[in-house]
Design a binder for this molecule. Structure first.
Ligand SMILES: Nc1nc2c(c(=O)[nH]1)N[C@H]1C(S)=C(S)[C@@H](COP(=O)(O)OP(=O)(O)OC[C@H]3O[C@@H](n4cnc5c(=O)[nH]c(N)nc54)[C@H](O)[C@@H]3O)O[C@H]1N2
Ligand SMILES: Nc1nc2c(c(=O)[nH]1)N[C@H]1C(S)=C(S)[C@@H](COP(=O)(O)OP(=O)(O)OC[C@H]3O[C@@H](n4cnc5c(=O)[nH]c(N)nc54)[C@H](O)[C@@H]3O)O[C@H]1N2
Ligand SMILES: [Mo]
Length: 768
């Protein structure tokens, strides 16, 4: 039997699928990838996994009783139905809800990454379909950096400092002498970028930094956040307290008269007002190193010394995205902007700040010469949206008012939830609360390739193809390759493409032409490629025609400039190139934010105690800070059942990393099964003891498939999903981002733990 090699793409890398007899039997990394991610090796098992949903399914109770709120979601067996019957049920239900309650009763935001491939991107297709159907309630911003997206434009006029492109790695390698990483730059994260990382470049840049002797400091509760290759100095910090440390660094720079008066005068506004906060004129408490030391656990001398070094050399400051996924997450970023302003190097090569250098692949790559292919999102005729991370609040409190970014909204009364390409039972905080909220709507419809917790908590489940089962174009804003994603195998089981499912529904509901624009799969790919080609021509570049691209299997987009400097133009001439803020400058005090009147987001950067942290009084009850960071061996919850993700597990459960002293206090050692708990929930995990974890801190990566054990009185996830423990609260009334980083927990040994059933398919009844 000969092996065929078929090009395809994933968020974590491009590859050639080895196809034999209609099956994916292996993968080979893309030839131009200097540093391929091992996660691509999970693909063959995932595609042919026993956890694939074989055919359309309906929850037994829904099929019997029809629509209605139900606690039984996720607890009842499913009944297989034919595609025709399933699509009729979905179409009739959409029509009923629209007729009786209007489009504003349909939640279709469908947050989630889905798979690489711009055309078949599930969330995009679903939103286009629901837009064509007359509208839906969308989810604004995101989980990754939602607080920053809302907040940054008020202060620097653009979200670019978090979305990228940032000041290029090339600029840092050439000019930076000191790079300080709040939250580190953990190489595990740089395996991935949204849309697909075909050329993993960050590892190479870090090596270049090491060669050039750039001094790197990792400020983090975890030592391994500092990429080893740059031999970073480690400053352990108490989680959730970086704002205090950054304010104290700023205080020290000013106290030693090292601040850049000219930059503050020409490029910033509000310095005097925030200075009075720093000196303690406002509240009697100087925000000095001694003060910060008590909060952060970082010695005062370390803070003062770092401040001096920052002011004496070309310094690049960064904070990971995780930092703003925490209570008052806006303040960490605003403080860092304040510190960078006081140092006065913003807009200079290798100086200033940028968020997320280590968070994802490609943020420090130069911008492309022309926009890569992209799929138009389509409109939402009713224009309704809630902040993405407020989904449980919304479902639990229809009609209630909420604040968001200077406006007051009202939560809609959601009757029908439709999700494709996301896993809220992975991504949302306080999953036991989400589960209660999820019982409220009358109908939940999910498209999924696999039996994820979200699929199990649906009423109607439609099996979707994976990207190996369809044709697509792989392209990402943060990567220079465009990949021809060619169908490698026929659909597995009865799976269908999200697009084809929605096209059939749009036909039944009379909106097919608006949804499809009269194009099928390949016509869409040609169309999207042509739009990109037209854009390239505008930039005086000629692309090969589609057929040539498809045969060559990839296209390389050249960079627009070799070295980008964030805010370079503004710094060069703040009068002619002002920022898009009310003052045209960096706002260290914001009149606009003052006007919002939010006590949880004051008008200048400030230290506000998080809802939970180790310095809080009730820390005695739950004495460990939970870090539920991104998993090293998978993307979020994707392919969690496979062989690569298994490397991060202990005895089949997610690993919880802890300091040897904390383990000794509880008489725990490597491999023990423990119950991790707080007032919101509990999960089981396998202990891994490590000196790389600060005292009082535990790391339990997110993404283990939610596996609730229902027979127990207190809800327990047998597998180790960290989100049963996290706090479901907005970062502030301004940003309303998620607070995954804010949670205290306790740990105890668990003897005779229940088995993990996350990778056992749900009960299926005989066909109805
Ligand atoms: N505690 C904690 N929680 C977090 C975070 C954290 O740091 N800590 N991080 C947050 C962040 S930054 C993010 S971005 C979110 C990520 O949250 P999600 O993006 O929701 O997570 P994924 O696991 O990528 O979910 C994508 C789902 O789409 C499915 N899928 C893949 N391809 C297709 C397709 O073609 N069609 C259909 N219909 N489905 C498909 C996958 O099987 C998977 O179930 O999680 C957030 N949650
Ligand atoms: N392998 C892999 N890579 C990924 C993803 C994945 O699922 N898997 N997801 C991608 C996505 S969607 C996103 S949004 C990005 C997210 O990128 P990030 O938000 O940067 O990633 P995290 O792993 O959540 O956090 C980075 C580090 O911040 C540190 N940290 C946590 N709390 C604190 C704190 O209070 N203070 C300090 N100083 N440090 C702290 C943790 O030690 C953690 O290792 O990652 C992307 N990359
Ligand atoms: Mo994310």
């Amino acid at each position: 039997m000969t092996v065929r090699l078929v090009p395809n793409h994933a968020h974590w890398g491009a590859f050639l699928a080895e196809v034999e007899d209609g099956r994916i039997v292996g993968v080979r990394p893309f030839e131009h990838d200097p540093d391929p991610s091992p996660i691509i090796q999970a693909i063959p098992d995932a595609v042919h996994s026993s956890m694939r949903i074989p055919r359309p399914m309906v929850r037994e109770g829904w099929l019997r009783n029809g629509p209605g709120g139900s606690e039984s979601r996720g607890r009842e067996p499913f009944v297989p139905v034919s595609w025709d019957r399933a699509l009729k049920l979905v179409a009739d239900e959409l029509a009923r809800v629209r007729r009786d309650h209007g489009n504003g009763a349909i939640m279709g935001g469908s947050q989630g990454w889905g798979s690489a491939g711009i055309f078949h991107h599930a969330r995009t297709q679903l939103r286009r379909f629901l837009g064509a159907f007359g509208g839906f309630v969308d989810q604004a911003t995101n989980y990754s950096f939602g607080a920053a997206l809302a907040f940054l434009p008020h202060v620097v006029g653009t979200p670019q400092a978090v979305t990228g492109p940032l000041t290029s790695w090339s600029s840092i390698a050439r000019h930076t002498k000191l790079m300080v990483l709040f939250g580190g730059a953990n190489p595990k994260n740089m395996q991935v970028t949204l849309g697909g990382s075909a050329a993993h470049s960050t590892g190479g840049w870090l090596e270049e930094l090491a060669r050039r002797g750039v001094e790197v400091v990792n400020v983090s509760p975890l030592r391994d956040d500092g990429p080893e290759v740059v031999s970073p100095a480690w400053i352990p910090i108490r989680p959730g307290t970086d704002t205090a440390m950054i304010l104290a660094l700023t205080h020290a720079v000013i106290a030693e008269d090292l601040h850049d008066r000219e930059f503050l005068a020409t490029c910033c506004t509000g310095f005097e007002r925030v200075r009075s906060y720093l000196t303690g004129e406002q509240d009697g408490q100087p925000k000095d190193a001694a003060w910060a030391s008590g909060i952060t656990g970082v010695p005062a001398e370390t803070i003062r010394d770092l401040a001096r070094r920052m002011a004496s050399t070309r310094t690049m400051l960064t904070a990971s995205w995780s930092m703003q996924r925490a209570d008052h997450g806006e303040q960490v970023y605003w403080s860092l902007i304040l510190l960078a302003s006081v140092l006065g190097q913003i807009g200079l090569p290798g100086g200033g700040f940028g968020f997320g250098y280590g968070s994802i692949a490609g943020v420090g790559d130069p911008p492309p010469a022309f926009p890569p292919p992209a799929m138009p999102m389509g409109g939402n005729p009713i224009g309704a949206a809630i902040p993405a991370a407020r989904i449980a609040d919304c479902l639990l409190n229809p009609g209630a008012p909420y604040d968001f970014n200077g406006k007051t909204g009202t939560y809609p009364d959601i009757r029908l939830v439709y999700w494709a390409g996301g896993n809220p039972f992975h991504h949302h905080q306080d999953l036991n609360r989400l589960r209660r909220a999820w019982g409220r709507p009358e109908t939940v419809i999910v498209h999924e390739p696999w039996w994820t917790a979200t699929a199990r908590h649906a009423d109607i489940v439609l099996p979707a193809t994976t990207s190996l089962e369809r044709n697509d174009i792989g392209a990402a804003a943060r990567d220079r390759f465009v990949i021809a994603m060619q169908q490698a195998i026929p659909p597995v089981g009865q799976a269908r493409n999200d697009f084809d499912i929605l096209r059939d529904l749009s036909r039944r509901l009379g909106c097919e032409e608006t949804f499809t624009e009269d194009r099928d799969e390949m016509e869409w790919l040609r169309h999207l490629y042509q739009r990109c080609s037209d854009g390239a021509r505008t930039n005086s570049m000629a692309l090969p025609d589609f057929d040539t691209f498809w045969t060559q299997e990839h296209l390389e987009v050249p960079p627009r400039e070799e070295e980008h400097v964030l805010f370079g133009e503004f710094r060069g001439d703040p009068e002619t190139c002002p920022l898009r803020t009310p003052s045209g400058r960096i706002e260290l005090y914001s009149e606009r934010i003052a006007g919002f009147g939010y006590d949880d987001c004051p008008p200048h950067p400030a230290w506000l105690e998080p809802a939970e942290w180790l310095g809080a009084r009730h820390a005695a009850k739950h004495s460990l800070h939970l870090i539920s960071s991104q998993p090293r061996h998978r993307l979020h919850s994707q392919m969690d059942g496979g062989p690569v993700s298994a490397r991060g597990k202990i005895g089949g459960r997610e690993a919880i990393w802890m300091n040897p002293l904390d383990a000794a206090d509880r008489a725990l050692s490597d491999g023990d099964v423990v119950r991790v708990f707080n007032e919101r929930g509990a999960c089981l995990a396998g202990v891994a003891v490590s000196e790389a974890v600060s005292r009082g801190v535990v790391r339990l990566s997110c993404g283990a498939w939610y596996d609730p054990v229902d027979q127990l009185e207190a809800p327990l996830c047998a597998h180790g999903n960290a989100n049963v423990l996290t706090l479901d609260k907005g970062t502030s009334r301004l940003g309303q981002g998620p607070c995954a980083g804010t949670a205290l927990v306790e740990i105890e040994r668990m003897d005779s733990p229940p088995p993990v059933r996350a990778f056992t398919a749900p009960r299926i009844q005989p066909a109805g």
